[in-house]
Design a protein around this ligand. Structure first.
Ligand code: FA5
Length: 333
């Protein structure tokens, strides 16, 4: 091969490159081009082999020509590769484009059931007054639910608290008062507790009664407590919970485990009076039953209906609304 022939061959290869590279649009095609032109058997590489056949004085010129050709093709390959990568990144950015100014998916937040809100608030009021929160079982023995509270087997008060029996002497508790007995039996006086919990009665459901409802029991036993303390603490509690605009009424009542006993009604004029709790001075017989000395200490207790408190606060006229799980009702609180 002569120098002229080599020059002509270079020009051909350059044309071939121009055509072939114009049609290469992806990394695989570029790699194929590299092999075809610069690979071990590539067209540029084989021209380098032809160099050896040239006369020595022509080799330097020919070498420059070939190096220039190889340099052009290498640089063009690099350029094309860079451009393809930038295109790919651009396409990905476009495809994965995310508009941070768009509003997110809105999911409604849950909230505490109104009865839970009321219970927590009442616990909080009494904790601030120095009471502890206690609890007891919902399945109770006849002894704690009745006997220890001076409600013997034949006591007519049992009719008011007729309940659901699991076995002969095992029932769903009818009130939270059995927790009083459990706590007093477990510790010496003084006692200052509130006990929230679920209660069960065979009451026909109506606007103010539910067979399952909630009470909060309060018990304070200490030296020197009188009915005046009871009235005072209930007054404090009612005004802390309801604020102004509510009226409270004490009237005489009877419970086998308190003497004297009272019931407390609340109303928001012009609404009706609603009984919210039973209360009274702990009967000395109960103190003796748990091993306390009635000459040493006295105490008082009450049992408060949680649903009734919520009804008065929000003007809810039917207790059954609390248990229907209607989101339109619940989301108002
Ligand atoms: C009692 O349960 C007594 N253990 C209260 C007590 C405790 C008296 C300590 C003295 C000392 P009573 O049955 O009245 O009392 O119920 C108390 C409150 O529970 C009622 O005022 C009412 O607010 C609520 N309650 C009673 N039965 C139901 C019911 N079926 N549905 C909703 N609330 C009820």
């Amino acid at each position: 091969m002569t120098l002229d022939e080599l020059e002509a061959r270079c020009e051909e290869v350059r044309m071939e490159w121009a055509q072939a590279s114009a049609a290469a649009h992806d990394p695989e095609a570029l790699e194929a081009l590299r092999v075809r032109f610069l690979g071990r058997k590539g067209s540029v590489t084989s021209l380098f082999d032809a160099l050896r056949a040239l006369p020595p004085d022509a080799r330097a010129t020919a070498g420059k020509l070939l190096n220039a050709l190889k340099g052009e093709i290498t640089a063009a390959l690099d350029d094309r590769r860079g451009a393809l990568e930038r295109e790919a990144i651009g396409a990905r950015l476009q495809a994965e484009r995310c508009d941070l100014s768009l509003p997110g998916t809105w999911r409604p937040l849950g909230r505490l059931h109104p009865l839970t809100q009321v219970r927590l608030e009442i616990e909080d009021i009494f904790q601030k007054l120095g009471f502890d929160v206690a609890s007891g079982p919902e399945v109770e023995t006849d002894y704690y639910n009745f006997e220890a509270l001076a409600i013997g087997a034949d006591h007519p008060a049992r009719d008011d608290w007729d309940s659901f029996y699991i076995e002969d002497r095992l029932l769903l508790r009818t009130h939270t008062s059995p927790v009083q007995i459990r706590v007093m039996k477990s510790q010496p006086p003084p006692v200052r507790i509130v006990c929230p919990g679920r209660c069960y009665r065979r009451d026909d459901p109506d606007a103010t009664h539910s067979p399952v409802f909630h009470q909060i029991e309060l018990l304070w036993v200490e030296k020197g407590l009188t009915m005046a303390h009871l009235k005072w603490i209930i007054g404090e509690f009612v005004s802390a919970f309801f604020g102004p605009g509510y009226e409270m009424r004490f009237s005489a009542d009877f419970f086998p485990f308190t003497e004297p006993s009272a019931q407390i009604h609340i109303r928001r004029p012009p609404g009706d009076w609603l009984e919210i709790m039973g209360a009274g001075m702990v009967d000395p017989a109960v103190l003796v039953e748990v091993g306390y000395d009635p000459e040493e200490v006295s105490g008082f207790a009450f049992g408060l209906g949680v649903e009734r408190m919520a009804m008065l606060r929000w003007g809810i006229e039917d207790i059954r609304l609390f248990y229907q799980n209607d989101i339109r009702f619940l989301s108002q609180f």
